[in-house]
Design a protein around this ligand. Structure first.
Ligand code: SF4
Ligand code: SF4
Length: 133
């Protein structure tokens, strides 16, 4: 059985990082007002969810979705809480385990971001103090 997302799920649909090629190939499907930013050579849409996810939570480009989306559920680092890598449904216990793991990862990411913000604030304070003397 091949892994295929649950219809109208979209739980892990970003926003994700697109390669320039992936973005250019499909951007014509989007309204012109979608803002983007760059992380290195990757494009990050400035939207709450991936702009290719419709209101009905369907991926507009599912059959040609970016590489990272193809790893969702299949790669052990990006597990799907609902389906196993072979596409079969998870048990409730397994679902809870994946959700716990994802929450933990999110906590770590938030903590890292907070630490970076603290460092930024410290640097700014130091610079401001330095400018006063
Ligand atoms: S990988 Fe799983 S959680 Fe993510 S959209 Fe597909 S079915 Fe939903
Ligand atoms: S491209 Fe499709 S599968 Fe990938 S995050 Fe966007 S909506 Fe989800």
């Amino acid at each position: 059985m091949v892994f295929k997302c649950i219809d109208s799920c979209g739980k892990c649909c970003g926003p994700i990082l697109f390669t320039r090629e992936e973005w250019e190939k499909h951007r014509y499907l989007l309204p012109p007002c979608v803002y983007i930013d760059y992380i290195g050579d990757r494009i990050v849409p400035q939207t709450e969810k991936c702009p290719f996810l419709t209101k009905e939570k369907q991926c507009m480009i599912y059959d040609d979705r970016p590489e990272v989306c193809r790893l969702f559920g299949v790669d052990e680092r990006l597990p799907c809480p609902y389906l196993k890598p072979n596409g079969k449904p998870r048990s409730k216990a397994s679902q809870k385990q994946v959700e716990r793991m994802q929450n933990k990862k999110l906590d770590l990411l938030i903590k890292k971001a907070e630490e970076e913000l603290d460092l930024k604030q410290l640097r700014e304070n130091k610079n401001n103090n330095g400018n006063k003397t």
